[in-house]
Design a protein around this ligand. Structure first.
Ligand code: AMP
Ligand code: GLY
Length: 450
């Protein structure tokens, strides 16, 4: 398992439950992962180093967790060395690494997404902001760990973010605002076949009520009982399969997990973004619910043998994940704060701690070492019970200066999430002169997002 974070710890936890898996090694891992499996020092962005370690361990499968090693070509190097790898090639990973490439693929594959302008010219940025109207959406075109996006009513702030990205030598994507609840759907692919997991919802903003700046994700839950019944099938057929087909047609098949970030808008499902890897912290909850052995699934994907006909097995009930973040996150997080109380979390039924940014200090104490430090993952008969357990777990942890959201899965547990009815777009207040791809007025709202 290549990677250092919560997603990797969650995958390892699942792999250790798989009777087909005899041994798991992690590199570089973190302090929590090191309690579960052997860890090895590794520069995960160095393809040759990853190949060398995989050879040394005689690995039957290498799973690449984060995006950066994929974009650095780690999967290509493993593939060239004949080592099965779960994770796409550098070229296919551009679906995440470049927002403008993702838009190009979606246009070619006919996938519904927000209209967008990719540019490195400030004049064109201004024109696009004018065209699409508020709320404004401005994205750094490159990898930014979920933090390169500004969604705001404030025109000056939108322009300032664009200027910052351009001044740093990059380019930006300006796009229309997608209004509606967000869903993360992970779709496994072996380059040809596609197998969806259970949809989850992430909480991107740092504070309760979706206030404050974007983060990598402050919590998650699954399942989403408020979704239309055929949601997953629709996303597979209208989004995931066309993208996988388009990438294969270009000679760069996608092997791994295509993370579809979606909005349920008055115009139907629209793609917000793709990632070329599992989402963090959604993975913590999704894999906690998956009963089908994970190792076999990942190996099948790596070997081009995914079986679309074989249904995945899911636990009944619900799972909630609550992230404990370090002081000042999503700004530069404070490191080195001592963590205690984790043993007491295990006393809460069906609740466990997944480590993200943790390490041991010279005294051997467990300390914070990143922005998102821990995730408390709970299962329950329903969301209400899973939440209650999760927050009981969080209360037992001591981490100086830490913060977490108190409303993870709350609206869903209370039945307060509304899916917009397709066709209702014309009743929504429309700002600016944006029109959708089929010529109807684009949906837009006056809700403050940033
Ligand atoms: P991204 O990195 O593209 O996933 O964007 C991060 C977050 O910004 C998303 O999860 C959304 O909450 C928000 N966002 C991105 N693009 C849009 C959009 N076009 N409309 C509304 N919200 C967006
Ligand atoms: N939770 C959002 C992400 O993994 O990108």
């Amino acid at each position: 398992m290549v990677g250092p974070g919560g997603r990797e710890h969650a995958m390892i936890t699942s792999l250790l439950r798989d009777p087909h898996v005899s041994e798991v090694h992690a590199a570089p891992g973190n302090a929590g992962i090191a309690q579960d499996v052997p860890v090895h020092p590794l520069n995960a962005q160095d393809p040759e180093a990853v190949v060398a370690l995989a050879r040394e361990l005689s690995a039957d499968l290498v799973v690449v967790g984060p995006e950066a090693p994929l974009v650095a070509g780690v999967a290509d190097a493993l593939d060239a060395a004949g080592i099965p790898v779960f994770g796409p090639s550098r070229e296919a990973a551009r679906i995440e690494g470049s927002k403008s490439f993702a838009k190009e693929i979606m246009a070619a594959a006919g996938v519904p997404t927000a209209r967008a302008v990719a540019t490195s010219d400030m004049m064109q940025v201004r024109e696009a902001l004018e065209l699409f109207g508020a709320p404004h959406v401005v994205k750094d075109d490159g990898l930014a760990a979920g933090k390169g996006v500004v969604v705001t009513q404030d025109r000056d702030r939108a322009e300032a973010h664009a200027r910052e990205c351009l001044d740093a030598g990059g380019s930006v994507v300006v796009e229309e605002f997608l209004d509606g609840p967000e869903v993360s759907l992970f779709v496994l692919s072996d380059g040809e076949h596609v197998v969806p997991l259970q949809p989850a919802q992430d909480f991107k903003r740092v504070r309760d009520g979706d206030e404050g700046p974007n983060t990598g994700g402050m919590g998650a839950y699954t399942p989403l009982d408020w979704l239309p019944e055929d949601f997953t099938r629709e996303v597979v057929e209208r989004v995931a399969r066309p993208v996988v087909n388009e990438l294969r047609r270009r000679g760069t098949p996608f092997t791994g997990v295509l993370y579809c970030g979606l909005a349920l808008t008055p115009r139907g499902v629209q793609v917000i973004e793709f990632n070329a890897r599992f989402g963090d912290p959604e993975t913590q909850s999704v894999l906690a619910m998956l009963e089908t052995p994970l190792g076999e699934l990942l190996l099948d994907a790596a070997r081009g043998r995914l079986d679309e006909e074989r249904p995945l097995q899911w636990r009944p009930g619900a799972s909630v994940t609550i992230v404990l973040a370090a002081h000042n996150y999503p700004g530069a997080p404070r490191r080195g704060d001592v963590i205690s109380g984790l043993e007491e979390v295990n006393e809460v039924p069906e609740t466990r701690v997944i480590h993200a940014g943790t390490e041991r200090n010279d005294a051997g104490e467990l300390v914070s070492a990143g922005g998102r430090v821990l995730a408390v993952v709970s299962l329950g008969a329903d969301l209400r019970e899973a939440r209650e357990r999760g927050y009981r777990g969080v209360q037992r942890i001591t981490l100086n200066g830490s913060h977490h959201r108190t409303d993870i899965a709350l609206a869903a547990a209370e039945g307060r999430i509304e899916v917009p009815t397709p066709g209702a777009a014309q009743h929504t207040a429309t700002r600016g002169t944006a029109t959708s791809m089929d010529g109807r007025p684009a949906a837009s709202t006056a809700e403050e997002q940033a």
